[in-house]
Structures are given as structure tokens and as C-alpha cells.
Design a protein around this ligand. Structure first.
Ligand code: FAD
Ligand code: SF4
Length: 330
């Protein structure tokens, strides 16, 4: 591991100032960052420990929204009764992520900003445009079972691995930031970039930006929502495919729908195609199936990852049917 300096900050202004130093990175729970530093994948010059910042580990609910501080632990948010009952897809996406030990340490801010699990990125040696721009992409040239089928480019096909982000993109969450210029609010859908030819730039954040909270608008859609995840193991594994779905039904007809996809795309992925397939129709097994198929209409398989295109539509279908029943509460 390359030597670095360490600063523990105790105010947001200090955090913003310290984290805008060249080569600085923010440390929250450390469950992604420290792993990648140990593997020499990330090598910050300055580590800015924000864990003691006040006022960033609360869940606040109003009639209009749920606001989650960026330093809230995944485990605490997953167990919060307000989240479980009124934001079920958010609670389920957290409960099905990682392990209890990781969830006890990991924060909401760190979760949405976690790095890809592409094995070539993480081994620190294989050619990888994301880790070393211009070096090539080992996944495009070799085994690619874990790669994305939506959103890939000729530079990179790495999957965005998080679960919570799938629900946040579906339910139109926003992200609160503190930057050198002051506070700012960004739609969550604009936090992650399309991969394009700069895979090393994963988000639209500027150096020094600190995520302070995420806010999810309250709606009937999120109250009747579900998160379905399929992975190699029931626990402690990243999604092969996942879906967050919210559905509103009036007089037997779907009047609004939200569909987010995970494990299959390069960023948290909203499927407007699946939503369009649902709205205006009764929610039946056939409409749920059609929504699943619509979600993957533009998917492209590589050598070994066609399983995602086979599995993904069924995951969406299942999430639609569960959301249509009011969602199975976490
Ligand atoms: P850190 O590791 O501290 O930071 C992660 C990144 O975010 C760093 O780049 C850091 O600089 C940046 N950062 C953190 N907080 C802020 C902030 N407030 N503002 C600006 N930048 C910030 N996740 C899933 O979603 N699903 C899974 O199934 C899953 N399985 C896992 C299994 C294992 C074994 C492990 C180790 C992790 C797994 N994870 C999974 C990932 C885990 O959820 C993330 O590692 C964790 O959420 C990151 O949070 P953290 O607080 O530890 O972030
Ligand atoms: Fe690197 Fe992206 Fe290729 Fe993986 S898919 S090897 S992260 S460039």
C-alpha cells in the first residue's frame, strides 16, 4: 500500500476543505476503499475520515419524503420500521446486500459510491481501462460472466454492483452534496455517468464533493414496491440480476410504474421500456412478463454473460407481481 496522510475531520467545512486537496479521498465505513487500497487499485495521497461528522447518520421522515444521512449504516436503515413499512424496496435492497457484518460498518454514502467488482479491475494487474486508462479491457478480451449487458461501451463493460442504487434510481431519489462552492442537490439518476470512453470517471462528482444525504420522495409507488435479487448464493453475493419495482393500480389498471435494474448494467438502470409496458394495462402474469422482456430489448450479451439476459426478464416479472400485491414487506 502506498503511504498516505490521514485526517479525521469533525465539521463539514473542514471536510470540504480537506477533501478538495489533490489526491484526497473520503473514508466512510472503509469496506470498499480499504480493500482497494490494500490491492493497490486505489492509492489516495490523503485519506479524509468523515465518520465523526455530526448530523449525517439520521433517518428523517416527513409526509413528503424519507431523508437518509450519508453516514447512516446500511444495517440501521434496513431495520428502520419506517423504511421497512413505507419504503419496502429500499429496505429490501439493503437487507439483501452483503452480510450483516458488512452492513454494520458500511454507510449509505459509501454504498452508492462503491466501485465495480469486475475481477480485472480489482486484481490490480490485468489490463483495465477503468483502473489504468488506455491499457485495454480484459473483460472484452476474455471471460466476461460478470459483465454488463446494458450500457457497455468499447472501453468497458463493468457492472455497477450496488443494490440500493437500483431502488434509488427507480424511485427518483436525489443526492445532497457539499462541495467547495457550498451545498448542492443532484437527481440520483445523474450521479453515475454513462461509461463511454472514460470508464475511469464513474460519477459526476467533482474532487472534494461529499455526499451528505439521499432523499426519496414519498409516493404510492414506493409504498407498494418490491426488490428482487438473484445471485449465486442467497446471501453475501452480488446480484446476477435484480429489479426494484413500484406499481400503482387504480380500477384494475396500472396507472404508474417504476422499474430499476441491477447486476446487469454499467450504472443503476431505469427501464422506461418496462414501465411503458405496464402502464394502462391490468397487472397480469402476461403484462409482467412483457415488462421483463421490454427491459432487456436493447441488451447485448458477450461471451459468457447471456445468463443475465435469460434471468433478468424473470426477475423483473417477479418484482412486478410482488409490487402489484403491495410488495412483500422486508
Ligand atoms: P467506503 O469504503 O468508505 O467508501 C466507498 C467509496 O465511496 C470510496 O470511494 C469513498 O471515497 C466514497 N465515499 C464514501 N462516503 C462518501 C461520502 N459521504 N461522500 C463522498 N464520497 C464518499 N454492496 C451491495 O450493494 N450489495 C452486495 O451484495 C454487497 N456485497 C458485499 C460483499 C462484501 C464481502 C463486501 C466487502 C462488500 C459488499 N458490498 C455489497 C459493498 C458494500 O455495500 C460497500 O463496500 C459499502 O456499502 C461501502 O460503504 P462504506 O461506508 O464502507 O464506503
Ligand atoms: Fe476494466 Fe471495465 Fe474492462 Fe472490467 S470491464 S476490465 S473494469 S475496463
Amino acid at each position: 500500500m502506498r503511504p498516505f496522510t490521514y485526517a479525521r475531520v469533525s465539521s463539514l467545512n473542514e471536510a470540504a476543505r480537506e477533501s478538495s486537496r489533490p489526491g484526497a479521498m473520503v473514508l466512510a465505513g472503509g469496506t470498499t476503499l480499504v480493500d482497494l487500497m490494500r490491492g493497490n487499485v486505489l492509492a489516495p495521497d490523503h485519506l479524509i475520515d468523515i465518520r465523526r461528522l455530526p448530523g449525517m447518520d439520521h433517518v428523517e421522515e416527513t409526509d413528503a419524503s424519507l431523508r437518509i444521512g450519508a453516514l447512516s449504516r446500511m444495517a440501521d436503515v434496513a431495520a428502520d420500521e419506517r423504511v421497512r413499512t413505507r419504503y419496502p424496496a429500499i429496505a429490501e435492497s439493503l437487507r439483501l446486500a452483503a452480510s450483516q457484518q458488512v452492513r454494520n460498518m458500511a454507510t449509505i454514502g459509501g454504498n452508492i459510491l462503491q466501485r465495480t467488482r469486475c475481477p480485472y479491475y480489482r486484481d490490480g494487474e490485468s489490463p483495465c481501462n477503468k483502473r489504468e486508462p488506455g491499457s485495454g479491457c480484459s473483460a472484452l478480451a476474455g471471460p466476461d460472466r460478470d459483465s454488463a449487458v446494458l450500457g457497455g461501451s468499447e472501453s468497458c463493460v463493468a457492472v455497477y454492483p450496488g443494490d440500493l442504487g437500483v431502488a434509488l434510481v427507480a424511485f427518483e431519489a436525489s443526492v445532497e452534496l457539499l462541495s467547495a462552492d457550498g451545498p448542492n442537490i443532484l437527481p440520483f439518476a445523474e450521479l453515475h455517468r454513462d461509461i463511454g470512453d472514460e470508464p475511469e470517471r464513474e460519477t459526476t462528482l467533482s474532487p472534494g464533493d461529499i455526499v451528505t444525504a439521499v432523499t426519496i420522495p414519498n409516493s404510492a409507488l414506493v409504498r407498494d414496491s418490491a426488490y428482487v435479487k438473484v445471485a449465486d448464493r442467497a446471501r453475501y453475493a452480488f446480484a446476477i440480476a435484480s429489479a426494484a419495482v413500484g406499481i400503482t393500480i387504480e380500477d384494475g389498471v396500472v396507472t404508474a410504474a417504476r422499474v430499476g435494474l441491477g447486476g446487469v448494467a454499467t450504472r443503476p438502470w431505469r427501464s422506461h421500456e418496462a414501465e411503458a409496458e405496464l402502464v394502462g394495462r391490468p397487472l397480469t402474469a402476461d403484462t409482467a412478463k412483457a415488462a421483463g422482456q421490454a427491459a432487456f430489448v436493447s441488451a447485448r450479451a458477450g461471451r459468457d454473460n447471456a445468463v443475465k439476459i435469460a434471468l433478468g426478464p424473470r426477475v423483473v416479472e417477479r418484482a412486478c407481481l410482488r409490487a402489484g400485491q403491495g410488495g412483500e414487506r422486508a
